[in-house]
Design a protein around this ligand. Structure first.
Ligand code: CO
Length: 199
């Protein structure tokens, strides 16, 4: 079957199943969204936000890019953060990285990847901040995995330093920022225990 046709059929079957299980689900959801979470994750097809925490549509506001990077000049990401905090009033922002991230791996390679190298520079910066610790890890996979963790930690810090988050905390809005990492091999998320809840 034509691949696009298959997707349309999948969609119809899915909508029918949800409506059967929860009559009025879509009509109710079409009126408003009140998610409590903003998810900032990697664009990797294996790390789909709703699925790995088993939440239906309407529960998570999502921003994904290559290697879950939060850049202070990225209007796309900043707009998502602003909307999530000021309009949706999410209570939690979760930065979720993953081990074995291709973006993180590519950032450490010497070869030319084209345009994307400009984006991956941000990961190289994270590497530079922690090069002593990372260079001491002999196993390349373990080194990459540690950089994946350090990248999440760095991006949590970047989220906390956005003007929107600072303002939210100043006006005592309930908001926590969390750093998580997902393992492709077992489908499990690990909390990096770096939650920040205001300052
Ligand atoms: Co990735």
């Amino acid at each position: 079957m034509d691949a696009m046709k298959q997707l349309m059929e999948n969609n119809q079957a899915w909508a029918k199943r949800i409506e059967k299980e929860q009559p009025g689900f879509f009509e109710h959801l079409s009126e408003q969204q009140t998610p409590e979470y903003l998810w900032i994750g990697c664009a990797d097809s294996r790390v789909s936000a709703n699925e790995i925490v088993n939440l239906p549509p309407g529960e998570i506001f999502v921003h994904r890019n290559i290697a879950n990077v939060v850049v202070h000049t990225d209007l796309n990401c900043l707009s998502v953060i602003q909307y999530a905090i000021e309009v949706l009033q999410v209570k939690h922002i979760i930065v979720c990285g993953h081990y074995g991230c291709g973006g993180v791996k590519a950032a450490l390679e010497k070869k030319d990847h084209g345009l994307i190298d400009n984006w991956l520079r941000h990961i190289r910066d994270v590497y530079r901040y922690h090069s002593e610790q990372l260079d001491a890890i002999a196993d390349p996979k373990a080194r990459n995995d540690r950089l994946c963790e350090l990248n999440v930690i760095e991006q949590v810090s970047n989220v906390c330093n956005t003007t929107m988050v600072k303002k939210a905390w100043r006006r005592k809005q309930t908001l926590s920022v969390h750093g998580w990492i997902y393992r492709l091999e077992d489908g499990l998320i690990q909390d990096l225990d770096i939650t920040v809840s205001g300052n």
